[in-house]
Design a protein around this ligand. Structure first.
Ligand code: CA
Length: 747
C-alpha cells in the first residue's frame, strides 16, 4: 500500500511538472505563413512553433528570435515527413539559440540564392543555432547554370547535423560555410552526421558539395569541425570538399565512390584525420589533396581509388611563388602520416607542376603510411623535385616502384577486413603502420534522417516492363506514351512511320525484336525523331533509321536534346543500329545538342552511318570557354562512317578551368570513308576534339577523309592514337605535339 501511495505521489509530481512547464513553454501549431509570422513574433525562450502537416507552397520562412542555451526556441513539424516546403520556398534564420528540425524541401527550388540561410540579411546573423533532421531533396533550379547554394552557414557556433541533402543538379555549392564578415570568422561551427547524397557530374566548376570559406578570406581561420558525415557519390566536380580557410577539422567522414578529392585548396593548419575513402574502382574517385601550410593528413583509410592527377588518392601539389590569394600557395610544413592506401592507382607528388606552379613542397613529411597495390607498380607520379618531402618508414607492396632511396620498405601482406570494412594487415608489425582502426565511421544508416525515403535516381535502363510494338503509323509514339521509367519497347520487324516527334522524358530502351532478322525500319516526318527532354535517357538497339520521309529542309536531326536547360544528365546508348540516307537536304545530323545540356555518357557500338549531310555527334554548344562542355564520356566502337559530309564527332571544352576532368573520348575499331569533307563542315575535320582530357583512338581506318584535329589544353591531356591507317587522308593536326602515337600508317 505504501508503495502504491509513493508511486501515486510521484505521478502527481510528474503531472504538476508537466502542467507547469506547458504554462511557461508554448507549443504553437501554425497552419499558414501568417500564423507562422505571428508565432515567431511572440516566441519566447522554450517555445515551440509547429508547422502543421501538409504542403507549404511558396513558403519563405523567416525565423528570428532569442532563445537561451537551456531554452532554445524550436521550429518543428507536426509529424516528420508529413510537412513539405515546395514551390519557391526557403528558410532564413537569425538570432540566438534557435533549433529547426524536420523540414523537407522538395518539388521546386529557392527563389533566392539559398534554400537555408543562417542569416536574415547581411547584418542579422544566426549564432548558437542548430538545424537538424532537415531534408533538401532535388530542390534544384531547372536552369543548370543558375547559381544557388542549398545551405549557407553564417555567424558563429552553429550546428548542422543529421540532415539529408540529395540531388543538387544546378550550379553552386551544396553546403557553404561563409566567412565574408568578421562576425562569421573563427566560427566553431559543427557539421556532423549529415548524409550528402548523390550529386551528379556538373561538367563545370561550382559543383562542390561542401566549401568552407573562399580565397578572399582564406588566411583567416574558420575552426569548423566536419565529422561523421557520409558522402555518397558526390561527383559534381573534382572538389568534393573545398577547404578554403584555416584550422578546420575533417574526421570520421566516409566518402563513398566520390569522383574528386577532399581538397585543402586554401588556408592553413587543417587536420584531416581518420576518414574513409572507398572508390570501389570507380572512375575518377580520389582521396586527399594537399596545398598550403601546416596541413596534417593523419590516419585516413583509402581503398580502390582510381583518380589520376588532381584526383589522386594522395596529391601533394606544387605552388605558385608569391601566389596571389586565388592561386596555389606552396606546400610547407605539412605531413601525411599513418594513412593506408590499398589498391589505389595514383599518388601524385608535385602535381600541377608547370611554369606558373614552380614552387615545390618544402619541409613536408610522408611517414608511416601503407601504400599497397600489388597490381600496379607505378603508383607514384613525381612531377618535380621532391627533395623537400621527407619519406620515412612507409610500407610498399613488393612490386611498387620506389621514388626515394630512403623512407620506404617492401613487404608482402595479407589482410583481413575489420568490422568497419577496412583491410587490416594480418602481420602484427605491419599493423602498426598505416591506418589504426577507429570505431567512429559514418554509414548511410547513422547519418541523415531515418524517416525519409532514399530513392535511387541514377539513370538505369531495362529495369521496367517489356512493351510489344507493331509496325505502323505512330505505334511507337503511342507505346512510348504508355511507358514508364526503365521500360523496353520491343519493335517487331517492319516499317514504322512517325508523324510526330517522340519526347523522351524517362530512361527508355527502344529495340528491334530479332537481333538476327531484318531490323525494324523507322522514318519520320518532323524535323527530329527523338527529343531527349529533362529526365530522359535513350537506349536504341537493332533498328534502322532513314531520312527519306523527313522534311526537305536543312537541319533535321534524328536525336536532339531539349532546347531548354536540362539539370538532369542523360545517357545515350546506341548499338547495332543503321542510320542511312540522312541526306534529303543539307546539315542533317544524327545527334544535335543544345547549350545547358549534359550527357554522362554517349556509347555507340556496331553502328553504320551512311549518306549523312550533317554531323554524326556534334557536342560543341558550350562555347563560353569557361571549362563547360556537353558530354563526360563518348565511346565509338566498331562503327562505320561512310559519306558523312560533316564531322563524325565534335567534342568541345573551351577555357583553362581545371575543376573537371572530362570529356573523355574513346574511338576504337571504326572505319571512316569520305568523312568530314563537306563544304559546310567548319571544323574541316573527321574528328574534332577541343579541350578533351582523355583521348584514345585505336585500330581505326581513315580513307579519303578530313584529318583528325586536336586542340590540347588544360593540364596534361592524355592522348594515345595507335594502330590506325590513313589513306588519302591528311596527317593529324594539333596545336601541341604532346600526344602519343604508335603504329600509324599513312598511304
Ligand atoms: Ca571548385
Amino acid at each position: 500500500m505504501k508503495r502504491i501511495i509513493q508511486k501515486y505521489k510521484f505521478l502527481v509530481l510528474l503531472m504538476m511538472l508537466f502542467v507547469g512547464s506547458s504554462y511557461a513553454q508554448q507549443r504553437k501549431l501554425v497552419h499558414n505563413q501568417i500564423e507562422f509570422k505571428q508565432a515567431v513574433k511572440q516566441a519566447k525562450p522554450g517555445d515551440k512553433i509547429v508547422l502543421a502537416n501538409g504542403v507549404w507552397k511558396d513558403a519563405e520562412l523567416v525565423f528570428t528570435g532569442k532563445g537561451t542555451a537551456k531554452k532554445p526556441i524550436i521550429l518543428t513539424v507536426e509529424q516528420k515527413g508529413k510537412v513539405t516546403l515546395e514551390g519557391q520556398s526557403n528558410l532564413r534564420i537569425a538570432g540566438e539559440y534557435l533549433v529547426i528540425e524536420g523540414l523537407v524541401f522538395k518539388n521546386g527550388y529557392t527563389p533566392t540564392k539559398e534554400v537555408i540561410s543562417f542569416r536574415r540579411n547581411k547584418t542579422h546573423l544566426a549564432n548558437n543555432c542548430r538545424i537538424t533532421e532537415c531534408v533538401i531533396d532535388n530542390y534544384s533550379n531547372p536552369e543548370r547554370f543558375e547559381t544557388d547554394y542549398w545551405v549557407s552557414i553564417y555567424g558563429k557556433n552553429n550546428r548542422f547535423d543529421h540532415n539529408l541533402l540529395v540531388g543538387k543538379r544546378n550550379h553552386g555549392v551544396t553546403l557553404a560555410v561563409r566567412l565574408n564578415t568578421p562576425e562569421s570568422r573563427q566560427n566553431k561551427h559543427q557539421i556532423d552526421y549529415n548524409y550528402f547524397g548523390h550529386r551528379p557530374v556538373l561538367g563545370a566548376n561550382g559543383g562542390e558539395t561542401l566549401r568552407i570559406g573562399t580565397s578572399h578570406h582564406s588566411l583567416t581561420n574558420s575552426n569548423t569541425i566536419v565529422e561523421n558525415n557520409y558522402f555518397d557519390r558526390c561527383n559534381g566536380e573534382h572538389e568534393i570538399v573545398s577547404n578554403k580557410s584555416g584550422q578546420n577539422i575533417f574526421r570520421y567522414n566516409t566518402f563513398f565512390e566520390c569522383q574528386g578529392t577532399l581538397t585543402m585548396r586554401h588556408g592553413n593548419e587543417t587536420l584531416v584525420e581518420s576518414n574513409y575513402f572507398f572508390g570501389n574502382g570507380k572512375v575518377n574517385t580520389g582521396g586527399i589533396r594537399i596545398i598550403n601550410e601546416k596541413q596534417r593528413v593523419i590516419n585516413n583509410y583509402c581503398e580502390g581509388l582510381t583518380g589520376y592527377r588532381f584526383r589522386g588518392a594522395l596529391v601533394i601539389m606544387n605552388g605558385v611563388p608569391n601566389s596571389p590569394l586565388n592561386r596555389y600557395f606552396q606546400v610547407k610544413d605539412s605531413e601525411a602520416r599513418g594513412n593506408t592506401f590499398i589498391n589505389c592507382d595514383y599518388v601524385q607528388l608535385c602535381a600541377g607542376s608547370d611554369k606558373e606552379r614552380s614552387a615545390v613542397p618544402v619541409n613536408t613529411s610522408v611517414t608511416n603510411n601503407l601504400f599497397y597495390n600489388d597490381k600496379k607498380p607505378d603508383l607514384f607520379t613525381v612531377y618535380d623535385d621532391i627533395s623537400g618531402i621527407t619519406f620515412k618508414n612507409n610500407l610498399l607492396s613488393k612490386n611498387t616502384q620506389t621514388i626515394s632511396k630512403t623512407g620506404f620498405f617492401k613487404q608482402k601482406l595479407n589482410f583481413t577486413r575489420n568490422a568497419q570494412g577496412a583491410l587490416i594487415p594480418t602481420n602484427t608489425k605491419a599493423r602498426k603502420l598505416g591506418f589504426q582502426p577507429v570505431k567512429a565511421k559514418a554509414t548511410p544508416e547513422n547519418t541523415g534522417v531515418s524517416w525519409y525515403p532514399r530513392r535511387e535516381e541514377d539513370v538505369r535502363f531495362n529495369t521496367g516492363q517489356v512493351i510489344q510494338v507493331t509496325p505502323g503509323e505512330n505505334t511507337l509514339f503511342d507505346a512510348l506514351k504508355r511507358s514508364k521509367r526503365g521500360d523496353i519497347l520491343e519493335l517487331a520487324s517492319g516499317e514504322y512511320i512517325m508523324t510526330k516527334s517522340l519526347d523522351i522524358r524517362h530512361p527508355i530502351t527502344i529495340k528491334g525484336k530479332n537481333s538476327k532478322g531484318k531490323k525494324p525500319f523507322i522514318q519520320f516526318q518532323k524535323t527530329s525523331l527523338f527529343n531527349i527532354e529533362n529526365g530522359g535517357s535513350l537506349s536504341l538497339e537493332n533498328i534502322t533509321i532513314n531520312g527519306k520521309e523527313s522534311p526537305d529542309a536543312s537541319g533535321n536531326t534524328v536525336i536532339r536534346t531539349s532546347r531548354y536547360s536540362m539539370n538532369r544528365n542523360y545517357k545515350l546508348f546506341i548499338q547495332n543500329c543503321d542510320f542511312v540516307d540522312l541526306n534529303i537536304n543539307h546539315s542533317f545530323n544524327v545527334l544535335k545538342v543544345f547549350k545547358n545540356t549534359f550527357a554522362d555518357s554517349i556509347i555507340v557500338r556496331n553502328c553504320l552511318f551512311q549518306n549523312v549531310t550533317g554531323d554524326v555527334l556534334s557536342l560543341n554548344k558550350e562555347t563560353d570557354d569557361r571549362g563547360i562542355y556537353n558530354v563526360e564520356r563518348v565511346v565509338l566502337d566498331n562503327c562505320t562512317f561512310a559519306d558523312v559530309r560533316g564531322v563524325a564527332l565534335n567534342a568541345y571544352r573551351g577555357g583553362r578551368d581545371e575543376s573537371t576532368f572530362g570529356p573523355m573520348v574513346e574511338v576504337a575499331k571504326c572505319s571512316f570513308t569520305n568523312v568530314g569533307r563537306g563544304k559546310r563542315n567548319k571544323t574541316l575535320a573527321a574528328l574534332y576534339l577541343h579541350g578533351v582530357q582523355e583521348i584514345t583512338i585505336q585500330g581505326c581506318d581513315f580513307k579519303q577523309s578530313a584529318p583528325i584535329k586536336l586542340h590540347l589544353v588544360v593540364g596534361d591531356p592524355v592522348v594515345n592514337i595507335n594502330d590506325c591507317l590513313f589513306e588519302k587522308t591528311p596527317k593529324i593536326i594539333s596545336n601541341d605535339p604532346a600526344y602519343k602515337t604508335k603504329n600509324l600508317i599513312f598511304k
